[in-house]
Design a protein around this ligand. Structure first.
Ligand SMILES: [Zn+2]
Length: 269
């Protein structure tokens, strides 16, 4: 994945997705907005204590820079579950849907409709984008450790397959920036869940001390994608850790829970 710039706005772009010519997408960083500390500066969440007018202006900035209608960006009330919002809306109802969706407790979105930008908000959690290049279907999921344990990525793929006939070979996947094993310390609660759900759980953790482990959450999500047959060459990722790069991304852990959220979005053209 490449780091790109639009003025002072910094974002990651998957070349594999870009080359299809089918979508507009970006994993936005924290720079290039107008919010003040600790939400500086491109915070896109209304739920973290930032001023509403600043967040709205940040959405407008994204709309202008990427030439999408910021009122049409569909985000949901992410709740670390595994529920998926399937969007099958008439174009004239998108704005209404976008308004309503903000209160729906979902952690992933799928659509095969053009001109609907799907969005997820993260600060350390992993944004996962999907593109079925044959059937022209997109999806976007938010995975923290809970979503990872719930196999949210695999569930999104299953829904794409069930509804639109997506095959692993035609499914492209892209992982945005998230907290990585260098900084992601977890305790017994997480380890217990991993043990219960993944026979190979030890491949994804490193013991750091009594009851403390470092968790390679991205690697476990990557494993889940290859487990369902998505070819490794279809998957793009970044090595950037949000906690190591607070200059580029919001990090919930590194900033003690008081910070903004980065937007990742994808839209079928
Ligand atoms: Zn790190």
């Amino acid at each position: 994945m490449e780091i790109k710039e639009k003025g002072n706005l910094i974002y990651l772009e998957s070349e594999v997705f870009f080359e299809t010519g089918l979508v507009t997408h970006a994993f936005c960083g924290r720079k290039g907005g107008i919010s003040k500390s600790p939400f500086d500066s491109l915070n896109l969440s209304y739920r973290v204590g930032d001023k509403e007018d600043k967040v709205l202006k940040n959405y407008k900035i994204i709309g202008e820079k990427f030439e999408i209608n910021h009122n049409h960006i569909v985000t949901v009330n992410q709740s670390h579950g595994d529920e998926i919002l399937i969007i099958d809306t008439l174009p004239e109802r998108i704005e209404e849907l976008s308004f309503k969706a903000k209160n729906l407790k979902k952690d992933a979105l799928i659509t095969n409709k053009p001109l609907i930008p799907l969005g997820v908000l993260t600060a350390d959690c992993l944004p996962i984008m999907f593109l079925d290049r044959k059937n022209q279907v997109i999806a976007l999921a938010h995975a923290g450790w809970r979503g990872t344990v719930l196999r949210i990525g695999q569930k999104v793929f299953s829904e794409m397959k069930r509804l639109y006939g997506t095959s692993p070979h035609d499914c492209l996947v892209s992982f945005g920036a998230s907290i990585k094993e260098c900084c992601y310390e977890v305790g017994e609660e997480v380890i217990r869940c991993l043990k219960e759900n993944f026979p190979n759980w030890m491949d994804f953790v490193t013991l750091k001390g009594k009851g403390k482990w470092n968790f390679a959450m991205v690697d476990l999500n990557l494993f889940q994608m290859t487990e369902i047959g998505i070819p490794p060459e279809n998957i793009s990722r970044t090595n950037l850790c949000t906690s190591c790069h607070q200059d580029l991304f919001f990090s919930y852990r590194a900033e003690n829970g008081i910070t903004g959220r980065c937007l990742s979005f994808i839209m079928l053209k």
